[in-house]
Design a protein around this ligand. Sequence first.
Ligand code: ADP
Ligand code: ZN
Length: 745
Amino acid sequence: MIVGVHPLAGFDKVLHYRVPAHLEPLVTVGALVRVPILRAFKLGIVGEVGAPRDFPVDRLKAVAQVVYPFPALTGELLELARWMARYYACGLDGIIETMIPAPVRRGAALKQEKLLAVAQRPDAEELNRLERRAPQQVRLYRFLAEQIRPAPKSLVLSRLGVTAAVAQALVKRGWLREEVRRIERVAYADSHAAGELVAAQPHQLNGEQQAAVDALNADLAAGAFTVSLLLGVTGSGKTEVYLRAIDTALKAGGGVVFLVPEVALTPQTVARLRSRLEAIARGHRCVVWHSFLSEGERLDGWLALATGEARVVVGARSAIFAPVQNLKLIVVDEEHEPAYKQDETPRYHGRDVAVMRAKQAGAVVVLGSATPSLESFTNVEAGKYKLLQLPRRVDARQLPYIEVVDLRIEAAKQRQFAALSGRLVRAMQDRLERREQTILFLNRRGYSSAMLCKQCGHVEQCRHCSIAMTLHRTDDTLRCHLCGDQRAAPVRCPQCGAPDIRWRGLGTQRVEEAVRRVLPRARVERMDADTMGRKDRFREVLGQFRAGKIDVLVGTQMIGKGLDFPNVTLVGLVDADISMHVPDFRANERTFQLLVQVAGRAGRGDRAGEVIVQTFTPQSEAIQFSRHADYAGFAAAELKMRRDFRYPPFRHLIQHLFRGPNPEKLKFYAEQWARLVEKTLGDRVELRGPAPAPIEKIKDEYRWQLWYFTHGVTKVVAELSRLRAEFAWADDVIQVLDVDPMDLA
Ligand code: ADP
Ligand code: ZN
């Protein structure tokens, strides 16, 4: 047997090896093997079985070891990796590394534990006889005879103070037996303790939920690839629909991947899933997958899936690569979330990879959202995806009323700009009296976003990045939110020395301060990346909030999604304009999504919710359509604009970013390159740029960008890759391709 191996050692090609006869039964496509490369042994994945065309077979070296007796990548995942390499313009080795967790890649040994159990019960007389000769053996036997289940050997021996030889003697007698068990570290096993108790009882489905479940069940029964977009308003019970479909897939012996956009969301989702899945089908373990796992947890979860012991995985983006066997269903919750896009190589989009994986596996995909991406919605209109709708909240509760506060009028009324309008303050006071809760959102941490000198107009910028420094009042520092650089906040203008410094732009710290001033008796907590340094802090604060120990929660959008607090009857969006005025063609879409999602946090219990949005541009479409959560209206208006400009989703965008220490050199190379692309590919792509990126400098590196618009990504990527390999780049010009970018800064 001869195999082609993809080494994981950072070179992107296939090397061939002989498989010694004794290893042959273990080697399949996707097996993790150790092979000699140069003078060392390296890990690699078997990519194909068969001899090379251009190398004499008798000179091939031999595979040294097969790490696991099952494939580390299924053939289907390997196929997916190949597609990703072609689509996202990146090396196969990097993708395979992303797909296989680090401890697995290092060939970590399976953690095992020995257990002792009673094999056969001797009669009392026999025991008594032995007690005189070997009292330790009898003591050990009696101890184990009282245990309900097999006990860890090392623990028992040390507890009783007997040696391994004593246990061995009993095994020899046939009274005890030794078992080996893999140690499982179940992530979030403690999640019930953290105030995340969730009902394990399934709800009685309403008509729309039932229709959606029926449609998905039919697709699952047909066993062919389909994608359904579950468009359901916030609080319409999408999770219940996912759970029923998962139930169906599991009962049919299939495997399931459940993607959630952010780690922060995972505990709640996992707690729900866990309790429900235990009810649905006893014995199903739900593997949790995200970047905070310890190596042990990661390895255990991965092994459980690879061996087929567990059949459900729930996790963030990279869970799409979990080695789930016999994949039947993929759920992508909040499919519009930008967090699904990885912002480093390989720059894949978890949702799009999910659809491709399902296509290759013949599985069913459910994409769920109250505000689907225009990409997915367009696929519905084109007939590629099915549409399932949940237009009402469960129990037909009203969607909250959104009131828009026009900050232009507010600013004229009050002489000084205040973070909180009179309307918002009165609503908060009212909640406090009724012992209900308020959430205030502001998508900017810190105190103020810029310092401006009233005398000379100087704005203090980061020395390394082309953005203004943010004031942090908690320790009176100026901090750069891009590179983290910080220094003491000045009391006089660093430029002209004048003492007239004005702090512009709101941050969460300033909002928190304002709330404490207007509601001195309220219990206020702030939740943003600055306060959430500790790993458990997030869940701790959410637990307190749920328990009613906090009246007002101020935070960035990290508290905006997926959380369900019945006692929150007021949600305030302090500055809706932040997401609207950014240089990104998706700014409107983002703002609409943010508004609708944030509004969805209000009034989830029995009481009606109220949402107050503060803005200087109340007339904008994103705000107007969000008032009635009018997704269809917003999509139609926004898609018309996109079509006119031929922006995504009507064409794909590929972003080419050039980075380096020398801005003139960047400009020169970017322009030379653009000329070459125009000449070679001008008929297939439309170029825009090159131009300085919206943020021209980050961490002392200058940035230029060039955009390609195209209908066919893989062909253009192949051409670009060929040209890039031939082009004479300067050493200090780094250039990256980002296909379907989500972050245009
Ligand atoms: P979504 O994800 O669509 O915003 P959720 O799935 O979080 O909504 O459901 C909102 C709430 O409604 C949850 O507390 C859920 O347990 C509950 N729920 C779901 N389906 C039903 C139903 N058929 N009847 C009553 N309550 C339901
Ligand atoms: Zn900086």
